[in-house]
Structure formats: structure tokens, C-alpha cells
Write a protein that binds this ligand. Structure first.
Ligand SMILES: *[C@@H]1O[C@H](CO)[C@@H](O)[C@H](O)[C@H]1NC(C)=O
Ligand SMILES: *[C@@H]1O[C@H](CO)[C@@H](O)[C@H](O)[C@H]1NC(C)=O
Length: 245
């Protein structure tokens, strides 16, 4: 696992980067997307964050991941089984949220338009967009993240806004109280995987765990047992997303 440390004002964050030698046996979720950016200095594509496929040619990803990259320097990988068995698709357009800010990262969402549509198969499927995250409060959702050197799928409970604020980081009040961020917690106290996990990994809820409710925002060094992981509430951007489909 490669990681880099970024300072976002008073918040110190470790961004987990999916660039491991160990590949899982197919994606954990078929809507899972790896977002890579081109580093001309090193002459390589670097897997930079995660996203989720929401239409044949649209991916939702965090804005902070794509802030400094031109669309031609971004590509995605879908349905990755191994380095040779995956769909790599180049990006034609990136719409970052106009009100994304580095301070506390509000509105950390972007729509990535693919240059050619994804081909659906058992490893590549489109996630549904949830209508309202409050429907899923106190239900079990799935997400994934790094645990040591491997990616793990984990079950988390979506918390109510009040519990999210109560249990969360005291210095991150604005995005929490605005309700633009949702929190998840493993009530059994196992915080390992997505806590140190990857930016942009989806929170998938509903009976079939195929409905997108959030994308992972920041985790990392704040992660302690009993503290929730934070996700951008994608349902709060539903109209914004639909306008760009
Ligand atoms: C990658 O996965 C495909 C599909 O499972 C398999 O046919 C192929 O042998 C694998 N390639 C490598 C290099 O492991
Ligand atoms: C979601 O549902 C809750 C509870 O019914 C409601 O208060 C809230 O306004 C809804 N949110 C959106 C974005 O529609």
C-alpha cells in the first residue's frame, strides 16, 4: 500500500491508495471503480482514489481527488480481476462540485464522464442512486477499505445525524451539522478496514447492497475505536448529479 499524507488545514489525513501487489479475486462490488491519474513526472498512471459507476458512462468520485487533473490525465478501471483483466476507460470530462473547498472539504463530489460506455458483465454493474439517506439510518450497509495489505468488504451501520455529530470529530462541526456528511460505524467495534480506507469508496445500502448512499470522505489518523467513518451524503447532491447525467 502506498499512501501520502496531506494537510487540510487542521485536519491531517492519510489517503489510502489502491496500488497493492495483492489483487482481490475480482472487485468486491461490481460498481467499484478505481480512478487513476497520470503523473508525467514519473511517466505512470497512479491509482489515486475510488469511485462508483452510476450510469454506463458516469462515475461519482470525490472532488478533492480530481481537483488538479485535466480530464485527459484521468482514467478509470472497472471490474478489475487482475492487471490484465479489467476495463480501462479514459475520461472525457470531469465536473467538480462548484462549492468544493479544501477547508473541511464540503461538497466533495465530482461527476466523471467516460469517453466510451462501460460494458456490463458480472464484474461491472451500475449502482442505483439512493433518494434519501435517512431511509437507511440504522440499517446495515457495505463498504470496503484497506486492512493491512488487502482490501476488505465490511458491514457498517449508518448513524443518525445526531449520533454522527455526537460521536464524531469535534473540530469538524460544519459539514456534520449541515447534514452533508453521514457517518457509519461498525457497532461491534471493529474499525479496521474502511477506517483506514480509501477516499471515494462507496457506501452501498439496501437489501441487495447496490444502492449508493455515500462516498468515503476522510478517515485515517482520527480513526479510533468507536469513532465513525465519514461519507459525503450523495443523496444530498441527487439533483446536482441528475443534471449532469
Ligand atoms: C486474470 O483473470 C482472468 C479472468 O479470471 C484469467 O483468465 C487470467 O488468467 C488472469 N491473468 C493473470 C495474469 O492472472
Ligand atoms: C429525507 O427525509 C427526511 C425525513 O423524512 C426529510 O426530513 C429530509 O428533508 C429528506 N431529505 C431530502 C434531501 O429530501
Amino acid at each position: 500500500m502506498n499512501a501520502f499524507i496531506s494537510t487540510s488545514f487542521h485536519i491531517f489525513i492519510i489517503l489510502g491508495i489502491v496500488n497493492s501487489e495483492q489483487e482481490p479475486d475480482g472487485p468486491l462490488f461490481p460498481s467499484q471503480v478505481e480512478v487513476s491519474v497520470w503523473y508525467s513526472h514519473f511517466n505512470l498512471w497512479y491509482i489515486f482514489c475510488n469511485g462508483v459507476l452510476i450510469a454506463l458512462n458516469k462515475v461519482v468520485a470525490p472532488a478533492n481527488c480530481l481537483k488538479y487533473h485535466l480530464p485527459k490525465d484521468v482514467r478509470v478501471s472497472l471490474g478489475k480481476v487482475n492487471k490484465t483483466h479489467q476495463q480501462i476507460i479514459y475520461v472525457s470530462r470531469v465536473d467538480k462540485h462548484e462549492d468544493f473547498q479544501w477547508y473541511e472539504w464540503p461538497n466533495d463530489i465530482a461527476i466523471v464522464t467516460l469517453s466510451t460506455p462501460a460494458k456490463l458483465d458480472k464484474n461491472v454493474q451500475v449502482a442505483k442512486l439512493a433518494v434519501n439517506s435517512s431511509i437507511y439510518v440504522e440499517t446495515s450497509c457495505m463498504t470496503y477499505g484497506w486492512s493491512g495489505s488487502r482490501v476488505e468488504q465490511v458491514s457498517k451501520t449508518l448513524l443518525s445525524k445526531n449520533e454522527c455529530i455526537e460521536r464524531s470529530y469535534k473540530d469538524l462541526q460544519y459539514p456534520l451539522s449541515s447534514g452533508l456528511i453521514i457517518c457509519v460505524l461498525n457497532r461491534k467495534g471493529d474499525n479496521s478496514a474502511p477506517c483506514m480506507g480509501n477516499l471515494g469508496t462507496p457506501l452501498l445500502c439496501g437489501p441487495n447492497k447496490d444502492t449508493l448512499v455515500g462516498i468515503a470522505k476522510m478517515m485515517g489518523v482520527y480513526c479510533k475505536a468507536g469513532q465513525p467513518s465519514l461519507y459525503t451524503d450523495v443523496t444530498r447532491y441527487r439533483a446536482w448529479i441528475l443534471q449532469r447525467m
